[in-house]
Design a protein around this ligand. Structure first.
Ligand SMILES: *Cc1c(COP(=O)(O)O)cnc(C)c1O
Length: 230
């Protein structure tokens, strides 16, 4: 049964998170699991919620919007983790509690305008390109503090912290060490921006070792996706 499969995946991921925390002397309560449910049916999300998962992540508006609508009665925190075009902002602000892929000023302005229009307060994480190549999304490290100030000043938004995906072909630990440094710099200016979203199925332990407060896990929870969707 699907429920048993998901429960087993969740138990395994939870054990990995607990172990990774203990390995570096952190409390398990410091790390929140975000279940990345892209390509999965709404029913999987419903099962996850019944099993106690409170945070879900999606990366494509076309898929996330109907899913969030269908599950509107369930108390979940919806994280948008995909690259975001400004023409999707109106839709995404309609259901996302946190947008983790904020990486440019135009996007900050668009989210703020829409949040005010819809009477919502949207959490924003600044996505950093840890290889300094913004091609796959993410701000350059050099632009991060200015962007943080913009989010903090914008109406309708709250600054949560930072997010990153480990670059391919590099030791994720080294990349997450850089992210921690950047997160610290943002926090010096914005003490409440404590969220560090890092770590996926393959590298969650390294992320936790370098201070991740949120890990985004899809495959290890729900199995392999049929198509590669970033
Ligand atoms: C798909 C995705 C994840 C989850 O990746 P898995 O390797 O399946 O755990 C995490 N973060 C982002 C931004 C993603 O797009």
């Amino acid at each position: 049964m699907r429920r048993d499969e998901i429960a087993a995946g969740l138990a395994e991921v939870d054990a990995r998170i607990t172990e990774a925390c203990h390995a570096v002397g952190r409390d398990r309560g410091e790390v929140t699991l975000i279940a990345v449910t892209k390509t999965r049916p709404a029913e999987d999300v419903r099962i996850l919620a019944e099993l106690g998962v409170c945070d879900v992540g999606e990366n494509r508006d076309q898929e996330a919007a109907p899913k969030a609508r269908e599950l509107a009665g369930i108390p979940l925190t919806w994280h948008f983790v995909g690259q975001l075009q400004t023409n999707k902002v109106r839709s995404v602000v309609g259901y996302a509690d946190v947008i983790q892929s904020v990486d440019r000023l135009r996007l900050v302005e668009a989210i703020s305008r829409e949040a005010v229009r819809q009477g919502r307060r949207v959490g924003c994480l600044l996505q950093v390109a840890l290889d300094d190549d913004p091609g796959r999304g993410g701000a350059r490290a050099a632009d991060l503090l200015a962007l943080a100030d913009e989010v903090a000043l914008a109406d309708g938004l709250w600054l949560g912290g930072v997010m990153a995906v480990a670059p391919l072909g590099e030791d994720p630990a080294a990349a997450f060490a850089r992210l921690r440094e950047l997160a610290t710099r943002v926090q010096e200016q914005h003490p409440r921006a404590t969220m560090v979203s890092a770590g996926m199925s393959g590298d969650l332990a390294q992320a936790i070792a370098y201070g991740a407060t949120h890990v985004r896990v899809g495959t290890a929870l729900l199995g392999r996706r049929k198509s590669f969707v970033r």
